[in-house]
Design a protein. Sequence first.
Length: 731
Amino acid sequence: MSCYNFITRFLHRNKIDAEDIIENEMPPSDTEVVSSLRRLLEEKNRELKLKEETISLLEKELDDKDSTIKHLHNEIDKFRQVVRPITQRIITKQICLDGQCWQVPTEVPEEDEEEAQSTNETRTKRQAVSAAPPLAGEQLQIKKIPKTQRSRELIKSAILDNDFMKNLEVTQIKEIVDCMYPEEYKTGSIIIREGDVGSTVYVLEEGCVEVSRENKFLSTLTPGKVLGELAILYNCKRTATIKAATDCKLWAIERQCFQTIMMRTGLIRQAEYTDFLKSVPIFKDLPEDTLIKISDVLEETFYANGDYIIRQGARGDTFFIISKGTVKVTMKMPNSNEEKFIRTLGKGDFFGEKALQGDDLRTANIIVDDPDGVSALVIDRETFNQLISNLDEIKSKYKDEVLDRRRLDQEFENVTLSDLKILTTLGVGGFGRVELVQIHGRPSKSYALKQMKKAQIVETRQQQHIMSEKEIMGEANCDFIVKLYKTFKDERYLYMLMESCLGGELWTVLRDRTHFDDATTRFYTACVVEAFDYLHSRNIIYRDLKPENLLLDNQGYVKLVDFGFAKKLQTGRKTWTFCGTPEYVAPEVILNKGHDISADYWSLGVLMFELLTGAPPFAGTDPMKTYNIILKGIDAIDFPRNITRNAMVLIKKLCRDNPAERLGYQKGGISDIRKHKWFDGFNWEGLVNRTLTPPILPKVESVTDTSNFDKYPVDEDGPPPEDTSGWDSAF
């Protein structure tokens, strides 16, 4: 009966009618019960299998429809890319002011607004932005403006409540509060006007304001809010109108003042930390750039009065430098429970250095002896070991290629601008166009001619960027970088004659295929790694990696192009220019902390993600939202299932918030990336020797075949005004 009762309960729980197996209300034998149950289970299995087959057919039908939708989207995108140059002046226009230049949206018909926004976010080519900080000789004097404690607290609270500005350091926030100056607006006054170019950020202290866009009311803001924070990064077009609903009092700060604060605090901290390190015996013989790297990873930690920082007898792997406060050193004597006072340590003193060289058994106690507590700069053994590398070995990897480059230049020595015959347009950029050309008498080859409007370059104060691009590309001799053969100029234009890559833009291929598989992404990423290796070994930072700047040559290999933001750095030094494409900008660039080649490794991780998924990991509806997503870090991003575990691990190691912790920037250099598990089995030698078959082979019928590029209309803008400043004498 116990078996019968068990089966009955089982059938009841599973909603199976007991009458199917119980006849005449008599308990059947155990064998009959099991047999009946087996038949029922087989019937249920058949039903389940039938349902699974139905689901499989429906999923296949859904996949087919998804493929059709994607195909139609791609066809629409192709059409838009063809007609966009004609309509671009309606949808966007270029705004230039005070040396800055960027693309900004203008009015879009209301019924098309959502579609245009979606298209611009996910399907159109992205525009980079650039804003240079004040040069050393032009830095503003930081002027502190008196204000009440109430005002100071309100400004500080508003900054800490702002998604972007809350990421600033305490000392930086304090200086920003010190420097903000008062402004007052009467009821009805316009504080920020939609469409104007702004460089001022406000904090509302008294009154309330109304926010509107395209004359439509959006919201009302009350005291304690930051207004127009994107302007603190680079000059930008205001996206909304803010009007004083009542008499208002605000506090304001200009972008140049903000960037001066950021730059100055960063340089002061770096110099102070480096001086601390130079006083430590185990650091004194290290190169300056290594000391700067170590100073960047020192973590400031606070300890309260009476805290034990180190206990005698404990094992440790951490080194400390006191940056503020005092500690006492005590030692427990043998055969005694008493601690003997040894000495007091203060600012600049250090302890625990042996822990960086091996397992350290602490020989004394370090106890905070300061009512205000102690701040110490801390680094552990693993981080320290990752940073100590033979930099000379890395930098001498590439042989001297001056002779090879000289032979290349001699081939074009006698070519003049009049020798070039323009065939068609390959692309349109911010400063001009790229044309496919041939040299008279050389029908077997074609070239790309980049033409840039001199007056526009002068207007946007991009002369230094253009000259840097010419210098870097003119010296580069790498199979993974587009070669620059010669430059020309006339009264209105500058010209760069470059290698033509007729396989088209990687961006176009990605657009048409929506995303790449692991193997394809691995190949293109490896091409970029080789280009970065070449540049970084020469202390050149690239700063504008994205699919739009990667071209496929005739064989399907990727080459890096557009070096407008590239810069040669002094050894161990940083640069402070805010530049790059918003989705690819590293957090230290956003926070004005100064950056170096490690920012390129961040963008490499972003590129991997975009190639694997079709979209970058960090993307918002506007640049400020994008920057806030970046500042939350890669760990806040959900990785799609199609990204393999090894790919995810590599992306996360490249996109570390701390620049010094990024793979490629540590002891092993860029070789650490090549050795990562994601690249296991990859034929690096075949890539360098160009014997490896690319995953996508472009169809190029002839040296004048431009079928892999989108079509562009004839330039109807007319010639730009003549530039007579003479700055291009060295071009």
